[in-house]
Design a protein around this ligand. Structure first.
Ligand SMILES: Nc1nc2c(c(=O)[nH]1)N[C@H]1C(S)=C(S)[C@@H](COP(=O)(O)OP(=O)(O)OC[C@H]3O[C@@H](n4cnc5c(N)ncnc54)[C@H](O)[C@@H]3O)O[C@H]1N2
Ligand code: MOO
Ligand SMILES: [Mg+2]
Length: 693
């Protein structure tokens, strides 16, 4: 959460003479508090740091404004008063001289808002601008006018302040603009991307007198956080504007208005993975019983032993407990200690006790002799019980064949540390069980919603033949299988039609049920590819990336949607089945593992160097070639291609247990077009290794 600091400067001869007459401070403090209450994405908060009252004296006004901008470096200076035509009204002159940049958009906005309420607003002479890294605005003196003016622009000011301070207001922007547009009552389209994938930054008043969202864009910087235009902005015509409340051109479905080049920068796989790691919310912690269901969780606390193991001195062998200094000879068997709870009689020197493996040592005994190192000397009359046994072993050490109390684990000692993986091997569960741990705190495994999109997509088991253009849904079953096999719970979100409203409803419902959403389809350049605009506009989500330099998987999109005080990740994978599956392993799985409590490089699947069985052609993009890797007879790893690698061919994932990480043609310095047979290449292991039979 960023703090945006405010200085309130009340400029009034009357209030300066008698502070009790001032009402502006309270009024504006309330406006700021209200603005804070409406901040929805937790990214910033206003904080009033300075409140001062000065008379209408240029020097005094300038002294405060300079101090707050130059020394205190506040985000925003708000003055009230002195903006009229009276002789003593000098605020615009005092402040105007200090500004490095003027902000006519803010002035227009404030005037437009006031003019809607009173024609007398024309008598106000506000100035606004930036000094150093501080935004300065001048409000009228009347508390009512000041309130109306500040309210009309306060939601736009964070963008201005952050930008003025040299920061990046994209986070605010991506979430905020839609809201601002709604509130300003202007066409949602007017701040959106133009047909050229660009944003217009023209400052103007809209016809209703409200602040056109172009002003919002002008204040907040480019319209999308990812915006990076290559074309000169084109001014929009009046006809292109839509009435308030309509969907933006991106969602309108007008094919003529879709992007003709992707507005998303093409980033590398590594950059994409880093952006995911950075934007995944922190994992939640839950309490779980120690049992078989603990497998796959990561411990969220250090666990110490409640008890020692063993909890008593125990024999390591079946034989006779002795006093080790007694030496060889025949001794009476005075007691029996079985591995069972109960009292045991103490042992005196010159006596022995029969004992089994794991049974407690009688008090006084100092070693155990294996039954193999003894012979029977005397039995009871019926021959059924031992009376005397000869100890044949000599030179016994103290505590020989005895496990001391706590020699495996001492009470109070850490048995597992936070971050430990509770593996399928079961060792960690066993360790926790051995020291009496009943429950442990672990990181919650995320629940994953899986949605297919596309008018052409039908359930895979829909009876009957396909109609022209239909395709069976293979992405959802593939992803749900992979999610479940990796130990996560999934929620089947079904198939959504290519309609913005439908997508919105389904995603809204999903956000209440799952921690992560995966969608497939609808993320490329088609006129029905509505996912990205829906995420941004309907959910105020932030698209962290929308294109990755890789094959398959180029249009892979990762976004987060603000939900309550946190955010939920949404992965919009390409519709092509091989693309969806490959990008799941490269991007989604690491995110799920991070949410599950893995950290750093642990979130990624392991890589190994494998030998390619046949030469492989390189592509213009870095390619993730599906292969089947076997451990050969010599223990080496050998990769064979799964065949045709077209993104639509889900068969390329059949029997694939690794993705060869092939460089792009352009990355290969020596102009090779192929990886020759026998070369070693790095491969991401997505499944169990196979053995050569
Ligand atoms: N002009 C351009 N066209 C395309 C580009 C591009 O850069 N410029 N990128 C291509 C690449 S690369 C890919 S990958 C695809 C991705 O497209 P989308 O994510 O928008 O997906 P759709 O268009 O909805 O579908 C693509 C393909 O996949 C089939 N599909 C969709 N869902 C499923 C499913 N659940 N099960 C099985 N098959 C599915 C769909 O019918 C299409 O055939 O865009 C290229 N175009
Ligand atoms: O990138 Mo797409 O996933 O090639 O087919
Ligand atoms: Mg498409």
């Amino acid at each position: 959460m960023k703090e945006l600091t405010i200085g309130l400067l009340i400029i009034s001869d009357t209030a300066a003479a008698d502070h009790a007459t001032d009402r502006a401070i309270d009024t504006l403090t309330a406006v700021v508090a209200e603005a804070n209450a409406e901040i929805h994405n937790n990214t910033y908060e206003w904080l009033i740091e300075e409140r001062r009252i000065v008379p209408d004296e240029k020097d005094q006004i300038q002294e405060k404004v300079k101090d707050w901008c130059d020394n205190k470096r506040l985000s925003l200076v708000v003055t009230t008063g002195g903006t009229g035509f009276a002789k003593r009204d000098v605020t615009p002159e005092a402040v105007g001289e200090l500004l490095d940049k003027t902000a006519s958009g803010l002035v227009h906005g404030m005037l437009a808002a006031s003019l809607k309420i009173t024609p007398f607003a024309i008598m106000s002479r506000p100035v606004a601008g930036v000094r150093n890294e501080t935004v300065v605005i001048t409000l009228p003196g009347s508390p009512k006018g000041a309130k109306e003016n500040l309210e009309s622009i306060i939601k736009l000011l964070p963008h201005a302040c952050i930008q003025a301070a040299g920061g990046d207001s994209r986070v605010l922007h991506s979430g905020g603009i839609k809201k601002l547009e709604k509130e300003a009552g202007v066409a949602a389209s007017s701040s959106s991307v133009t047909a050229q994938g660009q944003h217009d930054h023209h400052s103007h008043l809209d016809q209703s007198g409200g602040i056109a969202s172009d002003d919002a864009a002008a204040v907040g910087g480019c319209g999308h956080h990812h915006g990076h235009g290559h074309h000169a902005p084109k001014p929009r015509t009046q006809q292109q504007q839509q009435p308030a409340g309509l969907l933006s051109n991106e969602l309108s479905g007008d094919v003529t208005r879709r992007h003709r080049s992707s507005p998303y920068p093409m980033i590398t796989v590594k950059e994409a993975q880093e952006l995911i790691a950075k934007n995944i919310p922190p994992p939640a912690v839950v309490s779980k019983a120690v049992d078989a269901n603990l497998v796959g969780y990561i411990l969220a606390e250090d666990v110490s032993a409640r008890e020692s193991v063993p909890a008593f001195r125990a024999s390591i062998v079946d034989g006779y407990a002795v006093v080790h200094t007694d030496g060889t000879g025949v001794y009476p068997v005075v007691a029996v200690s079985h591995a069972a709870p109960g009292d045991i009689k103490p042992l005196e020197p010159g006596q022995i006790a029969r004992i089994t493996t794991g049974a407690p040592l009688p008090p006084g005994a100092t070693a155990v002799v294996m039954v193999e190192d003894t012979s029977i000397a005397k039995t009871t009359e019926d021959g059924k019980e031992e009376m005397e046994v000869e100890i044949l072993a000599s030179g016994l050490g103290e505590m020989e064949n005895v496990r001391e109390v706590g020699s495996d684990v001492k009470a109070g000692e850490f048995v597992l540390r936070a971050g430990a993986e509770l593996t399928a091997v079961g060792g960690e569960v066993g360790l926790l069980a051995s020291v009496g741990t009943e429950t442990v705190k672990v990181y919650k495994k995320p629940i994953v919603g899986v949605l297919s999109t596309g008018d052409e997509v039908v359930e895979h088991n829909r009876p009957g033949a396909l109609s022209l253009g239909e395709i069976r849904d293979s992405n959802r079953p593939t992803l749900m299988a992979a999610i479940q096999a990796r130990g996560f719970e999934y929620v089947d979100l079904g198939i959504a039609k290519d309609q913005p409203g439908t997508l919105e409803d389904v995603i809204k419902d999903a956000l209440s049920k799952v921690d992560v959403i995966i969608t497939t389809g609808g993320v490329s350049m088609g006129e029905k590819d509505f996912l990205k605009p829906t995420i941004e506009r309907a959910f105020e989500g932030t698209i962290h990336f929308g294109r990755v330099a890789m094959k398959p998987g180029k249009p892979t999109t990762f976004a987060t949607i603000p939900v309550d005080s946190t955010s939920k990740p949404i992965f919009s994978l390409p519709g092509n089945p091989a693309s969806a599956s490959v990008t799941f392993h490269l991007f989604v799985l690491p995110a799920l593992r991070q949410l599950q409590g893995y950290i750093g490089n642990q979130v990624h699947l392991p890589k190994a160097l494998v030998t390619v069985e046949k030469e492989i052609r390189l592509d213009a993009r870095p390619e993730y070639h599906r292969v089947s890797v076997k451990i050969d007879k010599a223990g080496g790893l050998v990769a064979s291609s799964t065949g045709g690698q077209r993104s639509s061919r889900i068969g390329s994932m059949e029997a694939a247990n690794a993705l060869l990480c092939l460089p792009a043609l352009t990355e290969v310095g020596d102009k090779r077009t192929h990886i020759p047979r026998g070369d070693k290449v790095e491969a991401l292991l997505i499944g169990d290794l196979k053995v050569d039979i």
